[in-house]
Design a protein around this ligand. Structure first.
Ligand SMILES: *Cc1c(COP(=O)(O)O)cnc(C)c1O
Length: 412
């Protein structure tokens, strides 16, 4: 160890301690580099550094080796070339809106989108003179008719939040390309695993057909712990990446390296967790189909679920003949039962906890009243209260018993 310079006080010497750990420590996990300040060897070096790519470091907000590593891994996992991290999934949605929209523009949002995406549009975006419309995710003509010369951005979600309809994503993206509007996919459900966002029809056509951007709530699957909030924006477009990066820096929405390290740690098991939760959720969803108190089970891999054919087209492949899906599904409780009874059913569950989010170790449940989450007619949904189940890592038999006892306690 190098000795401290003798002329400094112990306190100053402690801050400017010359010891440097040797290079060459190798372990499976990436080190956590933390820093708001990045130290430059001299002023010329400070002026030369630029922050728009990953070739050097300037300031913590612009990235550290730890954040760059997560960004690179997430981008390559999804087949993108650029990734920008945000403090939450919702912040990623907001960042895309703020970077791409200006007064006079319009944004189109599916009627079954993650609800805060719509709240942002009717709040801040409206205040900034940016209009929005909701479109029917299962009706391509409805989307086509709503695209106008004002439309700058179309949000896509597959499957939709809560009601789980799976849109014809290939046709929606092709439509956006034909009409010259940008499309951004909230790909939290697919997690970059269920299908190929940037090449939706692999092997067909000369140019890949893909979305312009994706956002993810890393809070869900990539974290897997129910303990971190983070989001990502991924694209293959250099121009879009630059536009978003510039806006990201102006808004100052960086992420902390400790959280990034948690994500890096979880990312290695993403594939296995996704597959296991898919498997368990499908088993339970199929069992729920046999329960007379449920008028409908909404899971895109079930033949009766709205948009099942679109799911099949996108998520079933030679490698995955059973297709891929997230570990989340909803049931519509029969109209015989009041909203209060459905609340009581959720309260009677013992293993399922009442709480938002998904992708973590613990199974969760939330009841929703359709009139609060939908504005357009949805004839493919049975009337009744919607209950969403997010499946964790518990044994399916225990989860099934739990639903069974809550049905018997409250609904029959
Ligand atoms: C949870 C979620 C988000 C937002 O993620 P946060 O990190 O909680 O802000 C966005 N989209 C979808 C589909 C989600 O489920």
């Amino acid at each position: 160890m190098a000795s401290k310079p003798p002329s400094l006080s112990r306190n100053t010497a402690n801050i400017h301690h010359p010891y440097q750990a040797p290079e060459g420590f190798v372990s499976p996990q990436v080190p956590i580099y933390k820093g708001s300040t990045v130290i430059f060897p001299n002023t010329a070096a400070m002026r030369e550094r630029q922050w728009l790519d990953k070739s050097s470091y300037t300031y913590g907000l612009h990235g550290t080796p730890t954040t760059f590593t997560l960004e690179e891994r997430l981008a390559s996992l999804e087949g993108g070339t650029h990734c920008i991290l945000t403090p939450s999934g919702l912040a990623a949605i907001a960042q895309v809106d703020f970077a791409l929209l200006k007064t006079g523009d319009e944004v189109l949002i599916p009627d079954n989108a993650y609800a805060p995406n719509q709240s942002l549009a009717s709040g801040e975006l409206q205040n900034f003179g940016i209009t929005h419309q909701r479109y029917d995710p299962l009706n391509l003509d409805d989307l086509a008719q709503r695209i106008s010369s004002k439309t700058r951005l179309v949000w896509l979600e597959a499957a939709g939040s809560v009601t789980m309809e799976f849109p014809d994503l290939v046709a929606q993206v092709a439509l956006c390309k034909t009409r010259g509007v940008l499309c951004a996919l909230d790909n939290t459900w697919g997690a970059g695993l269920a299908f190929n966002s940037f090449d939706l029809t692999p092997g067909q056509g000369t140019e890949p057909l893909g979305v312009d951007l994706t956002i993810h709530a890393l809070t869900k699957y990539p974290s897997g712990g129910g303990d971190v909030l983070m989001g990502s924006i991924i694209t293959r477009s250099d121009a879009l990446a630059r536009t978003i990066k510039l806006s990201h820096m102006r808004l100052g929405t960086g992420v902390g390296s400790n959280d990034v390290e948690t994500l890096l740690r979880s990312l290695s098991t993403l594939e296995m967790r996704y597959a296991a939760q898919d498997h368990h959720a499908r088993e339970l969803a199929r069992w729920c189909e046999g329960q007379s108190v449920f008028a409908q089970v909404l899971h895109p891999a079930l033949a009766q679920s709205p948009g099942h054919m679109h799911w099949q087209k996108l998520c079933v492949s030679q490698q995955y003949p059973q297709g891929r899906a997230a570990g989340i599904f909803s049931v519509v409780v029969d109209t015989r039962f009041s909203n209060a009874q459905v609340d009581a059913f959720c309260d009677a569950l013992r293993i399922f906890k009442i709480g938002y989010s998904w992708g973590g170790p613990m199974s969760l449940v939330v009841p929703y009243q359709k009139q609060n989450i939908r504005t357009l007619p949805s004839p493919h949904l049975q009337p009744g209260t919607v209950v969403r189940f997010c499946i964790g890592f518990e044994d399916v038999a225990d989860l099934q018993e739990d639903i069974k006892q809550a049905i018997h306690a409250v609904l029959v």
